[in-house]
Design a protein around this ligand. Structure first.
Ligand code: IPD
Ligand code: CA
Ligand code: CA
Length: 270
């Protein structure tokens, strides 16, 4: 049975408290689908309320730490080494439409390195958590990435750009070859959970462009601690700044990366 550190207990406690409000609000969202005004404003206020709870709880337990909050921005703490990176609701569009696939993501950075991550999915009560050097867990169970070796058997997650976000043509170039090479592609709508699912072996890989640090900070640690690999699309380590992410199990990271690089940059892969 996994023994969580005091730090992870703080993170899990904050997430559980924020999740109670989100679950209540998610129940309301269904009613609002049919109202004239729709659930839009209601959901942004649910998101803000959750972020406030997370900030309060985390600050209470570790008063000096700084924050990178999706809604509230960056605030420096008196402790310059540590900062929390928080997405109070990842999968907002799912939440807005009453689709039960969304999560809270909390990561802790120490001197520029992510040392703890939690992706909590309240509807199924699934806490995916990892600490550097300790491993990745789903609730009490140790996680390991999948063992699949063949691209033809792999199920790959992705995130698609929408509206004016990202370069749609660049993304579309990468989708077709992955569709042909694998047993399927899923766009589930929460990058934090996509990475947690790679860690749990539910997905064999995942790629997306232009994500934000709060979408991926916890998930990257989860995949690595579960034995998988995470890089940017070129195989470098700019994920937290570029937002481009390629994650996969240890067997498929290389072939999936080559496929993506090849389509974006024909001639780059020999
Ligand atoms: C979004 C989700 C989605 C991804 C988007 C993100 P949000 O986060 O992670 O899967 O494709 O790029 O912005 O807005 O729901 O917190
Ligand atoms: Ca997000
Ligand atoms: Ca969000």
């Amino acid at each position: 049975m996994a023994v969580r550190s005091a730090l992870m207990n703080v993170m899990a406690g904050a997430a559980l408290k924020a999740a109670r409000g989100l679950i209540r609000d998610f129940g309301e969202v269904e009613q609002l689908q049919v109202s004239i005004k729709g659930p839009g404003d209601f959901v942004s206020s649910a998101d803000l309320k959750a972020e406030k709870i997370l900030k309060t709880e985390l600050a209470k337990a570790r008063p000096g730490f700084g924050f990178v909050l999706e809604e509230g921005g960056i605030s420096e703490g008196s402790d310059k080494s540590h900062r929390w990176i928080v997405d109070p609701l990842d999968g907002t569009t799912n939440f807005l439409h009453g689709i039960p696939h969304w999560a809270i993501s909390i990561a802790l950075e120490r001197d520029g390195e992510i040392i703890a991550g939690l992706v909590y999915e309240p509807v199924r009560d699934e806490a995916f958590w990892a600490e550097k050097g300790i491993g990745a867990y789903l609730n009490d169970r140790r996680l390991r990435v999948s063992a699949r070796r063949q691209m033809g058997e792999a199920l790959i997650g992705t995130g698609m750009p929408f509206r004016d976000k990202g370069d749609h043509q660049r993304y579309l170039k990468t989708l077709a070859p992955v569709m042909s090479a694998t047993s399927g592609v899923r766009r589930q709508g929460s990058a934090a959970l996509d990475l947690a699912y790679v860690a749990a072996g539910r997905l064999d890989g995942f790629w997306e462009f232009g994500l934000q640090v709060w979408d991926i900070a916890a998930g990257i640690l989860l995949v690595r601690e579960a034995g998988g690999y995470v890089t940017d699309i070129a195989g470098g380590h700019t994920m937290l700044t570029s937002g481009d992410v390629l994650a996969a199990n240890d067997h498929l990271h290389l072939p999936l990366g080559r496929l993506l690089k090849q389509t974006l940059n024909p001639g780059s892969v020999t």
